[in-house]
Design a protein around this ligand. Structure first.
Ligand code: ZN
Length: 658
């Protein structure tokens, strides 16, 4: 642990709030200090109010902001004196606490202050930093954690026993500070929770955090509880393993009541942890710090018995719910972490971002568990305490912030020919509807097309079954399965009449437009069958299926054969709850194929302007890639839930087709 403070970077801050932003981000940069929205910081400032009077205001991190990316707008200014007065009340309900925080902000359009705002307010120093540092909770989450903390820090920190975060914690901290704080105190360790540091400047408070956590790290190193040799593990691979993964995803989704992303992590660390002989003991205590419970649930699932996990979760709920202050509704009982000796660690979320957060948290949890185990045994909070945080309305509000899930949230779509034209537009349409998208293309630019957790771009030659199988396995490993398949890739060779058509040219078109799609459908079928909401296939056909043109024998025949293949698939796969429908676009000119010159040449050939040529259909409208892609996406949605084997033109109306 070393300071990331740089004088020249800090000098760019124009005021104390900007310095607060700067050191908050320094904390957020180190995942061993805070993870995904964890931790909070504050600064106390004097500002002029509307009457021109000096007023003490505390800027405290807004709920929902991440320290790593926080901005000045992520801090909520609240009247300091009011918060300090609140701490003197004997009790304060959660809704009233939130009401008091929100009604005593000095600015209306700011986020809701952190639930720890009152605690920040009672600490006397100007700057306050709070993290859930791995090293600290590795030590506090042991049987003799408190004694170890006292041994490490002596009189430099105040030690606070665990209580639920919020008003009760603020009150307890105030009491502990009043009775225990001496001149040497620079921080506060909250057992089973985390650590606070404070100081008169941003640098002092931040560097005290680094120094305090550094001492905990040094203690762990001295006790051989820091790093552990990693056994080299061979992760099982191949189609069979991926099918097991997809089956697990199917069952977890059924238990959750919505489709989930299941991201497999079979690196040496995850796999060796999942395979430990004592995993049933060390991984069944609970999370490292209480606010992880809303992401990971209290316990990981060991192995693949989803029904048993659900049963145990129901029991946990029915045991602890009667003791809650108000009645609670059970959350979905599906696991968020699975530890399995063959699969390794599976992280589960409503979307890939959530699954990444879960994986990150558990990656740190593994370190913490191993370190605490080396100190004599990992001990988490009681199930009762964790239940209270998991079902705390103020924690659940964090998850609700995401709003209503997108149409294809938790689902996975694979698109071929995705680097350009209709395929590229399909990537956009499906991402916009919340799907995780696997984009395949021969063109390597597909790998760089998009950023973000929901996108996986892979270069792939679809005429190679081996290459495709590898891509499919990679996709399933990353997202857990496959729900939607968009068969878009195809070639349109230059015009050639039958009397001059070489067999090799004919076969080439067939290989790409037809044979490759048969292989794709066959290989994807076992996964589509395990799609929690049913599998969906969209075939991008062509007007030529119904209205072929001279000079396009191979293209028209390949698309017609593909069309027939799709119809047979609709018949064969109905009982597997897989729908397959075809779109027949025509004259889509906003693709790489159609340059301005080509368009002008074709238009001239027919004696039309480019605009007339583009709109040469019954509706006199231009058909774009986006039009086709939007319809392809909707075909996968609930509007078409009862439609299979359909063929839909998207061509502005073609008199030969109608
Ligand atoms: Zn905390």
């Amino acid at each position: 642990m070393h300071t990331l403070w740089k004088d020249d970077e800090a000098a760019a801050s124009r005021d104390e709030l900007e310095l607060r932003v700067y050191t908050s981000r320094l904390l957020g940069r180190d995942k061993s200090l805070v993870l995904h929205g964890g931790g909070n910081t504050s600064v106390k400032l004097t500002e002029k109010n509307v009457f021109g009077e000096d007023e003490q205001v505390i800027y405290v991190k807004g709920s929902g902001w991440d320290l790593g990316t926080i901005e000045a707008a992520g801090f909520a200014p609240v009247q300091l004196n009011h918060l300090q007065k609140l701490a003197g009340l004997p009790a304060l309900s959660d809704p009233e606490m939130v009401n008091q925080l929100v009604t005593h902000q000095t600015c209306a359009s700011v986020p809701i202050p952190s639930v720890e705002a009152i605690l920040h307010a009672i600490l006397p120093n100007k700057y306050v930093d709070h993290t859930h540092a791995d090293a600290i909770i590795s030590i506090t989450n042991t049987a003799d954690g408190e004694a170890r903390i006292r041994e490490i820090y002596g009189d430099t920190v105040v030690v606070v026993p665990y209580v639920m975060p919020g008003f009760d914690l603020a009150k307890l901290c105030a009491e502990c500070l009043a009775t225990m704080a001496g001149a040497n105190v620079i921080g506060m360790v909250l057992l089973n929770h985390g650590i606070f540091s404070f100081g008169q400047s941003a640098k002092e408070s931040y560097e005290r955090m680094i120094a305090l956590v550094g001492r905990a790290e040094a203690y762990l190193k001295r006790h051989n509880a820091w790093e552990f040799p990693q056994a080299v593990e061979n992760a099982p691979k191949g189609a069979e393993v991926m099918r097991s993964l997809a089956k697990l995803r199917f069952e977890v989704s059924k238990a959750a009541g919505f489709p989930v992303i299941v991201a497999r992590h079979a690196d040496a660390k995850s796999l060796s942890f999942a395979r430990r002989s004592d995993v049933e003991v060390i991984a069944q205590h609970g999370p490292a710090t209480p606010d992880h419970v809303i992401r990971t649930k209290r316990l990981p699932m060991l192995g693949r018995d989803v029904a048993a996990y659900v049963e145990a979760y129901r029991k946990y709920f029915s045991t602890h719910e009667p003791q809650a202050k108000e009645r609670k509704t059970m959350l979905d009982p599906a696991p968020r972490i699975v530890l399995d000796p063959e699969l390794g660690l599976c992280a589960i979320g409503k979307n890939p971002q959530e699954a990444n957060i879960v994986a990150d948290i558990y990656d740190h949890t593994i370190d913490i568990i191993l370190r605490a185990t080396a100190l004599g045994g990992y001990q988490a909070l009681s199930a009762r305490n964790l239940f209270d945080v998991e079902y705390w309305d103020l924690e659940q509000a964090k998850l609700r912030k995401g709003g209503k899930p997108a149409q294809f949230s938790g689902e996975v779509a694979l698109i071929t020919g995705a680097a350009s034209g209709i395929g590229k537009a399909c990537v956009e349409s499906l991402l916009a509807r919340g799907a995780a998208v696997v984009a395949l293309d021969l063109d390597s630019s597909v790998t760089r097309m998009k950023n973000g957790a929901s996108f996986l771009g892979l270069q792939c030659d679809l005429t190679s079954a081996a290459q495709f199988k590898q891509s499919l396995e990679q996709a399933v490993e990353q997202f857990g399965g496959l729900d939607m398949l968009v068969l878009n890739a195809g070639i349109f060779p230059g015009g050639c009449r039958i009397d001059a058509l070489e067999t090799e040219d004919w076969l080439k078109v067939m290989r790409i437009n037809l044979d490759a799609n048969l292989m794709l459908m066959r290989e994807c079928h076992p996964f589509l069958k395990l799609a929690p909401c049913g599998g969906r296939v969209v075939v991008i056909g062509s007007k030529n299926v119904h209205a072929p043109g001279p000079g396009a024998a191979a293209y028209s025949a390949s698309k017609a054969a593909l069309n027939q293949l799709a119809r047979v698939a609709a018949l064969e796969w109905g009982t597997d709850n897989i729908r397959i429908n075809s779109l027949h676009p025509n004259a889509v000119f906003d693709t790489g194929l159609w340059t301005e010159e080509v368009l002008m040449a074709r238009a001239r050939h027919y004696g039309m302007s480019v605009d007339e040529y583009k709109k040469n259909n019954v509706l006199k409208t231009e058909v774009t890639s986006r039009d086709v892609a939007e319809l392809a996406a909707e075909l996968c949605g609930s509007l078409f839930a009862k439609t299979t084997g359909a063929q839909i033109p998207v061509d502005g109306g073609n008199d030969r087709v109608i």
